[in-house]
Design a protein around this ligand. Sequence first.
Ligand code: ATP
Length: 240
Amino acid sequence: MSKPALSVAGLSHRWGAKTALDDVRFSLPPGRFCALLGPNGAGKSTLMAVLTGLIRPRAGAVTVAGVDMGRSPRAALAGIGVVFQQPTHDLDRTVAANLRYFAALQGLGRAETEARINEALARLGMAERAGEKVGKLNGGHRRRMEIARALLHRPRLLLLDEPTVGLDAPARAAITAHVHDLAAQGITVLWATHLVDELRDSDEMVLLHRGRVAAAGAVGALRGTVPLPDWFLAQTGAAA
Ligand SMILES: Nc1ncnc2c1ncn2[C@@H]1O[C@H](COP(=O)(O)OP(=O)(O)OP(=O)(O)O)[C@@H](O)[C@H]1O
């Protein structure tokens, strides 16, 4: 059996007196779309902050494709692409110029940079927008550019923290479809959301509630014949 793309064991974190993560444990098989589902305040962003190395947990371990993040943070992080909740880009520059900046930070040469940018934009259906100023793009296309940016170093694991917040329904649907395609191409995806309509029955799910894993497994198997919004409400007491 291949190693899990991501493995989390015994992870706990407190913000002052507030417990945000409480003995969180799960693992993701490679090449799957996994939703990190949970109501507001469940601990999703705190978990993302641990997985991206922004905060050190008080207890527990994170392993990325067999590499221990505590012992070898640089090697573990090299395998991860991240799309944070808050967008960051230069509106006055083109899509390609924005991506070139991040490619330069990663030390990619000029020819390699252009090839990687073309590859990443094509994966998000954005190839024809490379020369457009970011300020002229709609919210959905800006978000797709950010996902392309997270792929420049060819990570095997992609983390996205509520990537569709603030977008209209068609843009949300397009982005969820593109990211499902990435998983079908072999990239493991962890997609934090509180919106159940972004999930498919064939997806994996980790349900976080009050900092604990309340359920984990395939969405269809977990919900059975119960509509997902009703299942979510029964598990968490929160409307989806
Ligand atoms: N920097 C912080 N300082 C203090 N408390 C925090 C901090 N960040 C989060 N918390 C608290 O930790 C708990 C988990 O919050 P977190 O943001 O991780 O949840 P979430 O599932 O991402 O919620 P949301 O969907 O609202 O972003 C909440 O009670 C929150 O108030």
